[in-house]
Design a protein around this ligand. Sequence first.
Ligand SMILES: Cc1cc2nc3c(=O)[nH]c(=O)nc-3n(C[C@H](O)[C@H](O)[C@H](O)COP(=O)(O)O)c2cc1C
Length: 171
Amino acid sequence: MNILILQASPRAKGSTAWMAQQYQDAAVAAGHDVTLVNVAHKKIAGCLACEYCHGKGNGACIQQDDMQELYPLMAQADVLVLAAPIYYFTLCAQIQLPIQRMYCVNKPAQVKKMALLASSYSPGVYDGAIAEYRDICNYWSVEDTGIVTAMNDEQKTDAIQHKIIDLVNKL
Ligand SMILES: Cc1cc2nc3c(=O)[nH]c(=O)nc-3n(C[C@H](O)[C@H](O)[C@H](O)COP(=O)(O)O)c2cc1C
């Protein structure tokens, strides 16, 4: 399958980047085609709600920023993996931007499965992120293949690596 991982932490050596890398390594080993994009290092603005896309734009966004590189990747993905740290009790802004910019096409054209990888400092801070992720899975009518979270002491451990490999094995 064609897998797109959106990694949203600005920290290249942080926990979320590590989790995204584990997912990529396991998926490549299983024979999938994987593209990993660090969206935190892209210039992606918020949706302008200008409705150009639903009129003259015919599905195209008027904003010429790095989201234009992501649209074709989103359109070709069978599996979409969101990898994000928790900022202020929810998914970080860097992952919200590319999701909300999908407004122009409503949903990624052929995504059938999704997964969530999330990191935090504290325990018990994932409810908002998980609720949003599940709402998006339902709204886009895609299968939730699972969620792996890693707080402080759990980060970059074999236990988390094994949970991520289990997620990939569910594809
Ligand atoms: C702006 C900001 C907000 C944060 N908010 C929370 C939070 O609400 N709860 C929490 O447990 N950790 C919070 N953290 C800590 C990060 O979620 C945590 O360090 C995470 O492991 C970072 O992932 P990374 O290593 O992939 O960047 C916050 C960090 C930042 C920079």
